[in-house]
Design a protein around this ligand. Structure first.
Ligand SMILES: NC(=O)C1=CN([C@@H]2O[C@H](COP(=O)(O)OP(=O)(O)OC[C@H]3O[C@@H](n4cnc5c(N)ncnc54)[C@H](OP(=O)(O)O)[C@@H]3O)[C@@H](O)[C@H]2O)C=CC1
Ligand SMILES: CC(C)CCC[C@@H](C)[C@H]1CC=C2C3=C(CC[C@@]21C)[C@@]1(C)CC[C@H](O)C(C)(C)[C@@H]1CC3
Length: 622
């Protein structure tokens, strides 16, 4: 960059104020943009920011800040055990841009959220220095003090209103740029029909970091590809046995031709097309997803509740017209096989199209270069055909609504099998509990846009199979089990199980809604009583409310609900407890995946959060 005649020159070592605080760090000037009148500076750990001239000072007139003074002043110190910058640096394994953020715990009130944030900035990770008295008294500084509030409040406005998109787009008075060390640069791939894009990407190295391999890496991917379908087959066959113990040896494989049923395939295709039709109808809200790396926010048609209502009406009419839904029970294996074939075809399509996707459209994981691993994990973050979002659709519609349809069919099958006028209590509970879970998910469909799957995971075999096969054919195992293995429940047992379910549901819904509301609008007045930790990405972390109890309160609620789903099936067999066992494993693994991802994103701010909120899922236990 050619430097015009400006106060500070490229290469100068100066003191740069950290946005939102009155602390200065030694920085090097990288350049000056005459248009925006901002200096690009680099901090010692490699973080780049754009600063105004007022926020830059000459090194003379500064002295090293005494840490104890800095810390004892800090309101946040009262909340945190280990605040030594040195210690934090040692403990933090993956320092990102956040590692230099002024990590503060802020308590905001409705009226003075911004001011409080400014006052409460308590900790920095570089060796902060402050100006000498002489320098502080200078007239220049008086002006600067006034300006400090202006500029800092701009930062907060930025981080509270349109935070993510703007920080990524490099707009506004300060820019927190991605650190170069955020990940390995990957060779750019571009769509052949987008020569402009290709040229641009070839010129600039791709910013897509490849995340560390998950799920046991490349070998693990082979394993899961074989194990997951085999497991679905195993539990379906077990469900038909008189003694369906999970620890029994697998039943003998039925002849191959029993797997295939063309009619079953037609039903599955019809069901998916029907759901796709409901999804594209211009009914319901168009919700915005979280900002992507490019700053773009995709739009999603969140009409899931409408879709399940219409589906229920259509199914009711079909049953009234004589359709025999017990077909689903008697052809469970064939329906699962047909859906499996569709999920494999879909995964192949997803992998092939991801080879043509631009690098900015790829997820952080799933780009290892190993075909099998990438096929399994998924490469493209939001594969779309025009506005039709494949990942969102698959996650929220055919499998999820199909789950309720299958449960309902199992209730009818139970009545048929045992000549009942009504389903058993156990079957009713399982049906109602899971229906509530699905309907709630669809009612709050927008909230899915802030979950890990939608924000971070690529769409590949794992999710395609998970959404289309795993959910409808294994999450229904309790109802499937009850058809052949009835379990009588006393009234007190029913009351106890319903109470447990409601407690779990309350925790699950409240915590998910709190995070979703906060992510969508961090300055939401309803959340102003909550404490937050700002991070260098512009986003903050909730540190009180539900997210101050444990790091994943939503998982806790979900697990309590899972317990309530299995209890109606009794303790005679392990099969109906499969979901509970699987779910513990899934959520513990998800929690650790999320931990690594958040540590990568938020650096020391995340470490700070973990020190403040010590337990992951169960208070005082885990
Ligand atoms: N039934 C089932 O099979 C499954 C159900 N679920 C349920 O789906 C829901 C979503 O789960 P999942 O996507 O795994 O995870 P979360 O909804 O918990 O999302 C995790 C993300 O939330 C953000 N976050 C974490 N801590 C904080 C905080 N303190 N303050 C603000 N934001 C924070 C981070 O993203 P960022 O900071 O980038 O916004 C983090 O990556 C859960 O209720 C879970 O139980 C999940 C898996 C399977
Ligand atoms: C096959 C693998 C071993 C695991 C696949 C995992 C998937 C089945 C799950 C990953 C996250 C999910 C969510 C839901 C269903 C299961 C999958 C797809 C969810 C849609 C269920 C309904 C909830 O209300 C929810 C919060 C919207 C869930 C979001 C995550």
């Amino acid at each position: 960059m050619k430097m015009p005649t400006v106060k500070y020159q490229k290469g100068d070592t100066v003191m740069g104020r950290w946005p939102g605080s009155s602390l200065y760090y030694q920085v090097k000037v990288l350049g000056f943009d005459s248009k925006s009148q901002l200096y690009t500076v680099i901090y010692k750990d490699g973080t780049e920011l754009e600063l105004k001239e007022q926020d830059i000072k000459n090194v003379t007139g500064f002295q090293t800040r005494s840490r104890s003074r800095s810390r004892s002043r800090s309101p946040g110190r009262r909340r945190s055990r280990s605040r030594s910058p040195a210690r934090t640096t040692r403990r933090s394994s993956s320092r990102t841009a956040a590692a230099v953020a002024a990590t503060a715990i802020t308590e905001s009130t409705q009226s003075s959220r911004r001011d409080t944030r400014l006052k409460d900035t308590v900790e920095v990770r570089l060796s902060p220095v402050e100006q000498t008295k002489a320098a502080e008294n200078s007239s220049n500084n008086k002006h600067e003090k006034k300006e400090e509030n202006n500029t800092a409040s701009k930062v907060i406005e930025k981080s509270e209103a349109k935070v993510e998109a703007e920080s990524e787009k490099n707009q506004g008075p300060y820019n927190l740029r991605r650190r170069k060390a955020d990940g390995d640069a990957k060779p750019a791939e571009a769509k052949p029909d987008q020569p402009e894009k290709k040229a641009k990407e070839a010129a600039a190295p791709s910013t897509i970091p490849s995340a560390p391999l998950d799920f046991g890496g490349k070998i693990g991917a082979y394993f899961w590809l074989l194990f997951l379908p085999a497991w679905v087959l195993f539990v379906i066959l077990q469900g038909n046995l008189t003694d369906p113990s999970l620890i029994n040896a697998p039943p003998p494989l039925p002849p191959l031709d029993t797997f295939w049923d063309a009619q079953a395939l037609c039903f599955v295709i019809l069901w998916i097309l029907f759901q796709a039709l409901l999804y594209i109808l211009p009914v319901g809200k168009l919700s915005e997803g979280m900002p992507l790396r490019s700053g773009v926010r995709l739009k999603y048609r969140t009409n899931g509740f409408f879709a399940i209502m219409v589906s229920a009406i259509v199914v009711a009419v079909a049953v009234h017209q004589g359709a025999d839904l017990t077909y689903i029970h008697s052809h469970f294996l064939q329906l699962a096989t047909a859906t499996f074939i569709i999920s494999v075809l879909l995964s192949i399509y997803l992998y092939v199209r991801s080879r043509y996707a631009a690098s900015e459209e790829l997820a952080l994981g799933g780009n290892s270069g190993n075909v099998v691993y990438d096929f399994f994990k998924g490469r493209e973050l939001n594969p779309r055909i025009k506005n039709f979002d494949l990942k969102f659709f698959c996650e929220m519609r055919p499998g999820l609504i199909g789950w309720c349809l299958i449960n309902f069919a199992m209730a009818l099958a139970e009545m048929k099998k045992h000549n009942l006028d009504a389903p058993s209590y156990a079957m009713i509970l399982v049906n109602l509990f899971q229906l509530l879970y699905v309907v709630d998910g669809l009612w709050n469909e927008e909230a899915i846009l802030t979950t890990m799957d939608l924000m971070h995971d690529g769409f590949g075999f794992m999710l395609a199979f998970g959404d289309l096969v795993w959910v409808p054919f294994t999450y229904t195992l309790q109802a499937y089990y009850l058809v052949l293995h009835p379990n009588a429940l006393s009234l007190p047992a029913v009351i106890a199980i319903v109470t447990l379910k409601l407690i779990g549901f309350y925790i699950f819904r409240k915590s998910n809604s709190e995070k979703n509301a906060f992510r969508r609008n961090p300055s939401n007045p309803k959340l102003s009583h909550l404490k937050t930790i700002p991070t260098a990405t512009g986003k903050s972390l909730l540190v009180s409310g539900w997210w101050g109890v444990v790091r994943h309160p939503n998982y806790l609620g979900d697990l309590i609900m899972a317990l309530a789903w299995s209890l109606p099936c009794g303790f005679s067999h392990l099969l109906p407890w499969y979901y509970m066992i699987y779910f513990i494993i899934l959520l513990v693994h998800r929690d650790s995946r999320d931990m690594s991802e958040c540590r990568r994103k938020y650096g020391s701010a995340w470490d700070e959060y973990c020190r403040t909120v010590r337990y992951r899922i169960i208070p005082r236990v885990y």
